[in-house]
Design a protein. Structure first.
Length: 260
């Protein structure tokens, strides 16, 4: 049943494919992932039309299995179809048992099914953030624990998963800021560009609510953070703090290596 549903959705996605769109995305991501050439509106239409015609009769367990199977396919649009199935159908229905699903999603990263920034970030923004917002602190901390993962993309997700929540800071739950800074303390130690930019992105969002704590974090981690990550982190700080931190980073003799 799941195999047939995947094939049906794939056929419909391909029917919406446009060669020019495929070429643009594959050029933009520099060949990091295969594309069919379907815009987001087309992917959403295919997912909802399939669900209206057939999927609404399925049990949540089988729909969750289908979402994972779609993410395991090679083309980016198939993965996004699985992500949209979670975000727009399963999450609103309240049928995500997060303790088991977060563990299963971790394997999608570790097994290489989420291995580019585009898929990673869509999964973070459309699945991890909304799930943490709905389920609360325990769920958020389970996602934050991914900071210790060996897999680059799962480490990135440990921070980027909170970019939509970070601007509210402690309004999410007491200890939220400390949790995010603990994630960033871990991810900032990794020199890979996407570990660094993930760190910078979530710090920038957190600075809306906690500018002094973000400024303090950056000051303490200048020797670990790339120039790009520092620029992202301080982008919304007061002019004086931003200039001070950028100047201090530029004065670090190791910063020349990190700017490459």
């Amino acid at each position: 049943m799941i195999v047939k549903a995947v094939e049906t959705i794939q056929e419909e996605l391909q029917a919406h494919a446009v060669p020019e769109t495929r070429e643009w995305w594959e050029s933009y991501l520099k060949g990091a992932i295969q594309f069919r050439g379907v815009k987001m509106a087309g992917i959403r239409r295919v997912v909802h039309e399939w669900h209206d015609a057939e999927g609404h009769q399925w049990k949540p367990t089988r729909l969750r299995d289908l979402s994972v199977s779609l993410i395991q396919q090679e083309p980016a649009e198939d993965k996004l179809a699985g992500i949209l199935l979670i975000q727009e159908i399963l999450l609103p229905a309240g049928v995500i048992p997060w303790r088991t699903e977060v563990k299963r999603w971790a394997r999608l990263f570790d097994d290489g099914f989420i291995s580019d920034w585009n898929t990673c970030d869509w999964f973070c923004i459309r699945v991890l953030g909304p799930l943490a917002a709905a389920e609360g602190e325990d769920c958020a901390r389970a996602i934050a624990a991914w900071r210790r993962a060996r897999n680059l993309w799962r480490r990135r997700a440990a921070g980027v998963g909170f970019v939509t929540l970070a601007p509210k800071g402690e309004a999410n739950f007491p200890g939220f800021t400390a949790m995010v800074l603990e994630v960033c303390d871990s991810t900032a130690r990794h020199p890979e560009r996407f570990a660094q930019t993930g760190t910078g992105w979530v710090l920038r969002e957190l600075s809306d609510a906690e500018p002094s704590r973000v400024a303090g974090f950056v000051a303490e981690h200048l020797d670990q953070m790339s120039r790009e990550a520092v620029r992202m982190s301080v982008a919304r700080l007061a002019d004086a703090d931003r200039s001070r931190l950028l100047s201090a980073h530029g004065a670090d003799p190791n910063s020349r290596r990190r700017r490459r």
